[in-house]
Ligand binder design. Structure first.
Ligand code: CA
Length: 224
């Protein structure tokens, strides 16, 4: 079991971000900060996170939108920060799925106490942080498992690594050379065909549209 839990704070007001990060680090949490929705999502996809603190008004998105995206692919507890009292009903409303909220200005001691409570909730006992490939397929990095419609799919190690690489960098086109360098590195035998063969195997197991061929360039996975 992991000793230190990690918290992602998404807040564009850096003074607030700093205060929160400071007080949560003092409580021995690992803290990741993001000031935009985009930065938050890329952190969220590549990092183990146990809880998210989310500001409502962000420069490139809203906390609502971000909360929906996070809840679509994980069961992580989300605490919303808002300057407005009147939208509290919406925050705790059905669709948005935030687990708690704080209105600004807040007392950091209260934030700490609520964070502790959220992390202790039994439903988060196994906080599964998964990566959604599409509506059917999820990757659970902690256990190197791939689920298709919630059923595990047997993957060879290199197939898994390749799938994870694409899933962590959606919409990015990778050349075969890049893929070989990243996944095979030193233990590379065979040519660029190795990449094609593995992509074929992944498509066979998970569906042909999962990894797209970008003609003349390489492969990519489209965002969903
Ligand atoms: Ca804000």
């Amino acid at each position: 079991m992991k000793m230190q839990q990690s918290i992602l704070i998404v807040e564009d007001e850096e003074s607030i971000l700093d205060i929160l990060a400071y007080s949560l680090r003092k409580e021995r949490y690992i803290v990741h900060g993001a000031t935009t929705g985009e930065a938050a999502l890329s952190l969220f996809q590549g990092t183990e996170i146990d809880l998210v603190i989310l500001d409502l008004m962000l420069p490139d998105t809203t906390g609502f939108e971000l909360c929906k995206k996070i809840k679509a692919t994980s069961n992580l507890p989300v605490m919303m920060l808002t300057a407005r009292d009147d939208i509290v009903d919406k925050i705790l409303g059905l669709e948005l799925g935030a687990d708690d909220y704080m209105t600004k200005p807040f007392d950091v001691r209260e934030v700490n106490a609520r964070v502790k409570a959220l992390l202790r909730r039994p439903s988060n006992g196994q906080s599964i942080n998964y990566l959604a490939v599409n509506e059917e397929i999820r990757i659970i990095p902690n256990s190197h498992t791939v689920l298709k419609n919630e059923e595990p799919v047997a993957m060879k190690p290199k197939e898994y690594e390749l799938l994870l690489l694409f899933a962590q960098h959606k919409n990015r086109v990778f050349s075969r050379e890049e893929i070989l360098d990243t996944i095979w590195a030193m233990d590379f035998e065979g040519g660029l065909r190795t990449v094609d063969v593995h992509v074929q195997r992944i498509r066979k197991k998970l569906g042909s549209s999962i990894i797209e061929t970008v003609f003349g360039t390489g492969y990519k996975m489209s965002g969903y």
